[in-house]
Design a protein around this ligand. Structure first.
Ligand code: PMP
Length: 429
């Protein structure tokens, strides 16, 4: 391809890709390796975004590349619903093995996170024969119609896109720094059961153990355990959406393990295959087997390339102790960012992390209610000029999230952190 500048590509992008599919940076990737990215102009970046929590094992991990190349040399597609292949079965077995809890598990494969979410609802409805689904304010579950209906934030995800599917209800997500208590959340759920949908009509409750797009708010352990009890009491399927939190990211293979909670169904995507589009639902066999043969699937479900990549990713996570590594990375970030918070208590409300799912929330005048969207956007926009790829998130758009590869070297992690601190000083004063 001809050598054009980032700006020239951005101009072509704006002329050829609809504005709804935006991009954070006008930085066009030429190549990437582990935690570094180089653009078409030869500029180098440290990647603290990993393509939104996908490349947990770094860009182009040699073992993943080798597994994919080997697979590609044999075949790339046959459709698992026509002629299956050993890689899909081996991956299903491994995912059932690593999923939290002791119950017998089964898996299904799809292609994207949103599809995994949709399939959880299909399975929960087939199992319970009920219609209602409860999700949480600020939650994000994807961009397809049902997933969008579950998502608890209007702009930019739902704006202009109604009507939404029926029988979806939202409750507040407990967030300590915004004074939403666990009790308030649970009261609101019980209230929903009185005013909107009977528990006996409720098929599922879906929850992110750490809200991703919503702002990296961790569901308190007690809250997840209370949801488990509530679901058990009423025969409701508990779905953990672990699409952003899975595969070692939070310092456990799956985040709900921190709360010792076994969900009935778990969504898996993103980090599952280091950048290859494959997603899964794993859950209790008795529930997973509710839909009839042919009811679940998709042309590209369980792509052989995705399966082979995922098997290699699971090997790398184990061989390189990436689950423990996520905790070390999280502690290191937390240390640096907490120092920054001490220097700027009026601007940084909170530094929070569960393993390597790390965030800072920016405010004005030391007031938790005044979201500092302007500073957040300024930092994100300037980061690329300082050689950093960073992402924002948050219900109010005032959270900077850090999702480094779990394979990042100490040297590059510290370089990136020092760059970030320098950038913060420059833009905050
Ligand atoms: N659920 C969660 C928790 C997510 O973070 C995302 C993606 N950001 C999705 C669902 C949707 O996944 P996908 O973009 O692969 O459809």
């Amino acid at each position: 391809m001809s050598k054009l500048s980032n700006q020239q590509w951005q101009d072509r992008k704006q002329a050829s890709i609809a504005r709804g599919q935006g991009n954070v940076y006008p930085v066009y990737v030429d190549r990437a390796l582990n935690s570094e990215v180089w653009d078409v102009e030869g500029n180098r970046y440290i990647d603290f975004g990993t393509g939104i929590a996908v490349c947990n094992t770094g860009h182009s991990h040699p073992k993943v590349v080798a597994a994919v190349s080997e697979q590609l040399s044999r075949f790339s597609h046959s459709c698992v619903m026509v002629n299956p292949y050993p890689e899909a079965i081996a991956l299903a077995e491994r995912l059932c093995e690593i999923a939290p809890g002791d119950s017998d598990k089964k898996a299904i494969f799809v292609t994207t996170g949103a599809e995994a979410v949709e399939n959880c609802i299909k399975i929960a409805r087939a199992h319970t024969g009920r219609r209602g689904v409860i999700a949480f304010n600020g939650g994000f579950h994807g961009r397809t119609n049902l997933a969008m209906g579950l998502t608890g934030k209007i702009a930019p995800y739902k704006n202009l896109f109604g009507p939404f599917p029926g029988d979806i209800y939202h409750a507040p997500f407990p967030i300590d720094c915004h004074q939403v208590t666990i009790e308030e959340s649970l009261n609101a759920l019980n209230n929903l059961f009185k005013v909107a949908i009977a528990p006996s009509d409720t098929a599922a409750i879906i929850v992110e153990p750490v809200q991703g797009e919503g702002g990296f708010y961790q569901a308190p352990v007690q809250f997840l355990q209370a949801l488990r009890d509530l679901c058990d009491d009423h025969g409701i399927v508990l779905i953990a959406d672990e699409i952003q939190t899975g595969f070692g990211r939070t310092g456990a293979m799956f985040s709900c393990q921190h709360a010792a909670v076994e969900p009935d169904l778990i969504t898996m995507a993103k980090g599952i295959a280091g950048g290859f589009p494959i997603a899964a639902v794993v859950g209790k066999s008795a529930i997973m087997d509710a839909p009839l043969p042919g009811g679940l699937g998709g042309t590209y479900a369980a792509s052989p390339i995705g399966c082979s990549a995922a098997l290699a990713v699971l090997d790398v996570i184990a061989e390189e102790n990436l689950v423990e590594r996520a905790n070390f990375i999280g502690d290191t970030f937390n240390e640096h960012l907490s120092l920054l918070q001490q220097q700027y208590p009026q601007l940084i409300l909170q530094v929070r992390n569960q393993g390597a799912m790390i965030a800072i929330e920016l405010i004005k005048n030391g007031d938790a209610k005044q979201a500092n969207v302007e500073l957040t956007q300024k930092i994100i926009a300037h980061a690329a000029q300082h050689g950093l790829i960073l992402l924002a998130c948050g219900f109010y758009g005032n959270v900077i999230r850090f999702l480094p590869a779990l394979t990042i070297s100490n040297e590059i992690m510290n370089e990136g952190l020092n760059d970030f601190v320098r950038l913060f000083h420059k833009l905050a004063s």
